[in-house]
Design a protein around this ligand. Structure first.
Ligand SMILES: [Zn+2]
Length: 193
């Protein structure tokens, strides 16, 4: 699938991306370093110890910093699996870079096209029928999930069949975590209660 590639974006911004083992000397004990930006050196480093999707999200997050936070010259990151994982960051710049990464990796236009191609409808509202179609007999767990929660969005993000039609899960198609896809489905109004 043809989606935005943060490697290409970094190159376009004239930054070199290096992947390798990153020393975690300066991070809190027990925390692995996911990547860092060195703006004066025009360098982004990404830890090669991470899974491909974590690298992709970290790099998209760094591209967000480069575009939105010109004063950020040196910046270190913990590994990032996606939006709000494991917690929503308290620093506003981190939240902005995460939001950028989510929109960059899962652009609304491409998401709408993929969603309609997979589910055959333009959006999905949670009803008994829809929950049953997605989860079979265990659908009541979804109907009883507390609100607000992303339980329904997460199920749709990872669904691989609907109305007898088989397809790749949306989160796999866009190479993001189920939570990131669930948040994008919520933000775009494609999935609602
Ligand atoms: Zn950051």
């Amino acid at each position: 699938m043809d989606v935005c590639d943060p490697w290409v974006a970094a190159k376009y911004l004239d930054f070199e991306v290096q992947e390798g083992w990153l020393s975690s000397n300066a991070t809190r004990q027990g925390f692995q370093l996911g990547g860092f930006i060195n703006r004066p050196a025009k360098l982004i480093a990404i830890s090669s110890e991470q899974k491909p999707r974590t690298k992709l999200f970290t790099l998209a997050h760094e591209v967000g910093h480069l575009l939105m936070h010109p004063g950020l010259h040196h910046h270190r990151e913990l590994p990032m699996h996606g939006l709000t994982e494991p917690h929503e960051p308290t620093d506003q710049r981190e939240r902005q870079a995460n939001h950028f990464a989510g929109c960059f990796l899962v652009p609304e236009k491409q998401l709408r096209l993929a969603f309609t191609a997979s589910f055959g409808v333009k959006d999905l509202k949670l009803t008994d029928t829809i929950a049953c179609e997605l989860l079979g007999a265990s659908y009541t767990s979804l109907m009883n999930s507390p609100y607000p929660s992303l339980a329904f969005e997460r199920v749709v993000a990872q669904a691989q069949r609907f109305n007898g039609h088989q397809f790749s899960a949306l989160n796999d198609l866009f190479q993001v975590s189920p939570t990131t896809m669930a948040i994008r489905l919520h933000q775009t109004g494609l999935v609602y209660r």
